[in-house]
Design a protein. Sequence first.
Length: 500
Amino acid sequence: MTKTVNHWIGGKTVEGTSGQYGPVTDPATGAVTTQVALASVEEVDAAVAAAKAAYATWGTSSLAQRTTVLFRYRALLDAHRDDIAALITAEHGKVHSDALGEVARGLEIVELACGITTQLKGELSTQVSSRVDVSSIRQSLGVVAGITPFNFPAMVPMWMFPLAIACGNTFVLKPSEKDPSAANLLAELAAEAGLPDGVLNVLHGDKVAVDGLLDHPDVAAVSFVGSTPIARYIHATASANGKRVQALGGAKNHMLVLPDADLDAAADAAVSAAYGSAGERCMAISAVVAVGAIGDELVAKIRERAEKITIGPGNDPASEMGPLITAAHRDKVASYVTGAAAQGAEVVLDGTGHTVEGFEDGHWIGLSLLDKVSTDSDAYRDEIFGPVLCVLRVDTYEDGVALMNASPFGNGTAIFTRDGGAARRFQLEVEAGMVGVNVPIPVPVGYHSFGGWKDSLFGDHHIYGNDGVHFYTRGKVVTTRWPDPADAPAGVDLGFPRNH
């Protein structure tokens, strides 16, 4: 019998009432293992109502109360790392080590939230005028929502809700319907840690649920991570409804390799950054820009390493890369490789025919490497979101930076060089929100903020770090004047000597 994933509303599992369900497959086998309830507008209203009711007390709770819960939550997440990772592998397909890494990066933000007491400290200026003080404080927003993607079903939610609830908000999470189970486990562990009912709710669904949250008058802010077209839609719709929005979109991340670079290190980095997690991550390196005469040698080194990657089920310890999330996505990724030669690319590795013995119905694709790719080809222009690496050739550093800056995306980028001056110029000149110097995937640690530029981010705030705290709170400035007690009216004796 197929398992059903239901909503988590008001501190308990709530069965779906819409009658609509979505299939959840095991990407390694192609079999439907689970169905997930898809929320109706009425169920959206119920989740928001539960969060609103909880905000009445959670919004005024003490910082000590919140951090006590968060410390317990951090301990429970740590104890259940393998359980969370197993759910990710079963529904997303990534190998267990990748799934454990995802949980670890999510835990960083829980740890940041545990220290919210220092993050929420205000400012005070005394005696700005005679007996006048001015203070700045930050207060929570109310009910906030998070809409998260399939590629990191635990990490991206943990980039949002721990910080939001630490700031005093309550949260409605709408995870991807393709791999929903991890979100429910995160919520159940939060309840076990002592989080009051309704502070964290998980609402499963499709566009009906998304639009319901975007339109709901009691939702104050929306966080989103996903593709650029949807990020643009989320931002436009929620902003038009008066909500605060942070919407992180897609990417086409470049890695510039200068002639002086350690080519073995650069090749290692390119393979891990392009093919890790089957390329299904917004920080994947999908375009290597080779400067000068190093292109042939670099491509040969990348190919040598890529051919050794073991592809198989995510729960097999021998596997280094798993399947893609769905068969439809696998076919779309493959289409970029099969059409590359006609658009001028040299197909160095073609992974489109890859299968795994005993798992022939899985959503498999091998590693593909395209060389001498042109900037007007589909494989370069589109975010493929799969294990396809494009190599472009340029003559100079300036040509490489100009090529990269011409991209409509500006999420992450990297340079590989031994020259500090070149690296310094690059970090200032490249138009991207996150830069790596000899680091291929420059995802910031939790106490810095994550986010791109251009079509990779819609809204003014990056996610987590200081930006995350500012996003989930509003500033308030209080100007105060108190009369001197020595000037109390006649007949009122406060025990102070009279000034006159």
